[in-house]
Design a protein around this ligand. Sequence first.
Ligand SMILES: [Zn+2]
Length: 315
Amino acid sequence: MKANEFSLLASELGLTAYGPRLCGVVDGWPLTVYNTRLTHVQFVADRKKDRATMRQIEETLKTWGGRVYSWRGNILTLTSPSQKKARGSRAEYISFCAWVMTRAGLKPLDHCPYCGARYCDVAAMIGRNFQLVHLRCLRDAADKARDKAENNSHNGNYLLGTLGAILGMIVGTIPTLLTVYFMSIESSLLFALIPICIYLGYKFFGGKMNRSALFLSVVLSIAAVFLLDFEIVVLIFMDEYGASFGEAMRALPDVFQDGTFWAEIAMNSLQEYLFTGLGLMIAWRLISTTDAGSADELAAALRMARNYSREESNN
Ligand SMILES: [Zn+2]
């Protein structure tokens, strides 16, 4: 969907943009619209999938060329027809989807994700779903997350974090060393574990969760790959020549003078760094979704929470 189409849709239905998604309440239904190639409309319903309801929804949607994309747990995702088949505008189709949901006897899930009780009074983005929640519970969760993030930024300790990260680095290299030693296989994929273990070590030892965590992960990962390559050379040497560790170490200067050795290392480490990079991306996601990340997310959810009254729904 193009950007202008996206904002037109938002204004037509009174939806709010939230990253690549639009959310709001349409005909009593809190819903999320995805800005993907096929527009997905997502609802959180009061029931899990059952065949009869599913069939009914599919049949009604079909009259507009739409279909059920998925129904997992309480989350129903409907896809809109291609523009050619559409009987009306996208906004009309989305209203139609809400109507189809109601017609199938479904209601928005009225079950607070925090306390589990009913009679939710707002609709807000919880995780990836725009759904009903108690304003009070959402506010509590946002306050707690903010306190936790603030606590970490005051009491987080770089020194302990770094110690944890170094221990994590050692742990992260063990699987690679073991596979090389026992199976003579070098799997670059295992290198992805290194940054993840470094990050977990940093976090576990109470390191301050901010960009320095990422910086440290990058530096230690590069060092780990370098050291690991060195250790692998020693292991291979011991294996191939039946040498002892001491002999292997003494032979290293000769090995290092060999040009082909360095070419091989360079070729190998390219792949290794690729997977290490993958691990770093995963670690960065973990860093940005914990504490400060979720505090920001919850604060945004709170800002964008919409009042929801039972009269607004058709039930
Ligand atoms: Zn609640």
